[in-house]
Design a protein around this ligand. Structure first.
Ligand SMILES: C[S@@+](CC[C@H](N)C(=O)[O-])C[C@H]1O[C@@H](n2cnc3c(N)ncnc32)[C@H](O)[C@@H]1O
Length: 212
């Protein structure tokens, strides 16, 4: 997501320091300490402006959510939502999915959510897709063996790629639909999802696990 430079970005980020993990590598292996009674620790990669993670966190106060995003202009809006709603179970990392294994120890994360990631449809850019096997390998390391991976996209090319890539990498697809909103699968709309679906674009969805 290319963001215009946000006004007052640095002071706004400073006001969100209490929900920001500025050195995630220091917490590697001990994220549970942030919420010892947490039933699970779940991660959203590319949280954008945060509607999804704030809604999910409000519905599940017994789960600790980590939201990762590399664009400061987007993540600051997500942080502000969490603070406005006084949610105590969300923390943010300003960082890159490529560094996941520096942030989390093996098996530390339960579920992972990837919503409307950049499709990288130009030739030779597949490796940047967050469902490319190079990223799946990182997810497999940091996830618990019974963790679930949830993926949504409007982009058919990315979805076709992912539908093939996940099983090729040894994942089992539990649920797949090319029209999520026509199903009764529980769903929380993201900012991107609302924009695309209001234009009549169908939303593609996969829930998958790593085969043991
Ligand atoms: C198209 S936006 C979707 C945002 C939000 N998930 C939604 O559905 O409204 C994709 C987001 O993923 C972030 N992103 C893409 N690649 C990333 C990476 N490797 N690590 C962290 N964030 C990433 C982008 O900065 C952008 O904010």
């Amino acid at each position: 997501m290319r963001m215009r430079k946000k006004k007052n970005l640095e002071p706004r980020l400073e006001r969100c320091e209490d929900v920001t993990i500025s050195n995630p590598a220091e917490l590697r292996g001990s994220w549970k300490d942030l919420k010892p009674d947490a039933r699970k620790i779940c991660l959203e990669i590319g949280c954008g402006k945060g509607r999804f993670i704030t809604t999910l966190a409000a519905q599940n106060p017994d789960i600790l959510y980590i939201a990762l995003e590399r664009e400061k202009g987007a993540i600051v809006m997500a942080m502000e939502k969490v603070k406005a709603q006084e949610l105590g179970n969300v923390r943010f990392i300003i960082g890159d999915a490529a560094e996941l294994c520096d942030y989390f120890a093996d098996g530390e994360i339960d579920d992972i959510y990837v919503n409307f990631c950049d499709p990288w449809t130009k030739r030779h850019r597949e490796k940047r897709r967050l469902t490319h096997r190079n990223f799946l390998a990182l997810y497999r390391r940091i996830m618990k063996p019974d963790g679930h991976f949830y993926f949504k996209t409007d982009n058919v090319e990315l979805f076709d790629f992912s539908e093939a890539e996940l099983p090729d990498f040894g994942m089992e697809i539990l649920t797949l639909t090319r029209d999520l909103h026509a199903t009764d699968i529980p769903n929380i709309m993201t900012e991107y999802e609302e924009r695309f679906s209001s234009q009549g674009v169908k939303i593609n969805y996969i829930e998958a696990v790593f085969k043991q």
